[in-house]
Design a protein around this ligand. Structure first.
Ligand code: GLN
Length: 282
């Protein structure tokens, strides 16, 4: 039988040799998951049961093959809530917590206690579910087209006991926008990577669905299409809130202004990158 610390060293070294960044962190997450222990190294000499050892080795191999850690664990945290993830759905990013913060702040600042919110390109549901948890009186709809992502979205709403209205549909279709009206908030983290960026994806991001990443040649296709289309679903005084990629703020701001949105305000993410925008429909 191998001890926890021995096996830990072996796995970390295997990940390091494979060039995986954050090898120690990834090893720790795998150990926590397989041993059901938040502090697996507090008892370093404890023997690892054979079935747990097999699981740890299998997960380490998957990680070496370039699979994202989050897919291997099958669950990831966003805004303190658990979300199931796996192949076919975008992994929730901490950057997107800034987008959620914006929506909560707007609702509180404007005294909107029971906002009607639509999350477009909802994916795992991290935005929609978190908003429903943080603003329990909100009426939250989550629109998603991908047949691979929808089961995760449903599962995550159930897992978090969040009553989110899940709409299977294309956010670019007028028929979808026509299903929702009188909205206080339209929020979206649409695909925004440029064609150039799509060619040079980090190995792990390359395992995520391109449908959730590719925003056309300049990455701005969704902002150009969603802004005029969903403006009609917003009530006057309602807000549109977008996440976008590094360096896209000028262009996204221009699209909002061209479509008559006002009070266009940007926020930086935790890494200091201008990452989100809010704007009001008058
Ligand atoms: N933030 C993601 C990335 O950098 C992109 C997500 C998106 O296109 N909405 O990989």
């Amino acid at each position: 039988m191998v001890s926890r610390s021995e096996l830990f060293r072996e796995c970390q070294a295997a990940l390091e040799n494979a060039g995986i960044p954050d090898a120690r962190f990834d090893t720790l997450c795998i150990f926590q998951d397989c041993l059901g222990d938040r502090n697996p190294l507090f008892s370093p000499l404890e023997a690892v049961p054979a079935d747990a050892e097999a699981m740890i080795n299998a997960m380490t191999e998957r990680r070496i093959s370039g699979e994202p850690l989050q897919y291997i664990l099958g669950q990831w945290e966003f805004y303190g809530y658990p979300f199931r993830v796996g192949a076919g759905v975008l992994i929730p990013r901490p950057d997107t917590e800034t987008l959620v913060d914006n929506v909560i702040r707007l609702c509180r600042a404007n005294g909107i206690t029971s906002p009607k919110i639509a999350d477009l390109c909802a994916g795992s549901g991290c935005i929609a579910v978190t908003l429903k948890k943080e603003l329990p009186l909100a009426e939250v709809s989550a629109v998603e087209l991908s047949q691979e992502a929808l089961p995760y979205l449903r599962q995550n709403a159930a897992l978090n006991e969040a009553a989110v209205d899940i709409i299977e549909g294309d956010v670019l279709a007028e028929t979808t926008a026509a299903r929702l009206c009188g909205l206080d908030i339209v929020v979206s983290n649409p695909p925004y990577l440029t064609a150039e960026e799509m060619k040079e994806l980090q190995t792990e991001v390359g395992r995520e669905p391109s449908m959730a990443l590719a925003g056309g040649d300049d990455g701005l296709d969704f902002y150009r299409a969603l802004t005029p289309l969903w403006k009609g679903s917003l009530k006057s005084g309602g807000y549109i809130c977008f996440e976008f990629g590094m360096g896209q703020h000028d262009e996204v701001g221009k699209i909002l202004a061209e479509n008559g949105f006002e009070n266009i305000q940007f926020t930086r993410d935790l890494g200091g990158i201008v990452r989100t925008v809010t704007a009001v429909k008058r």
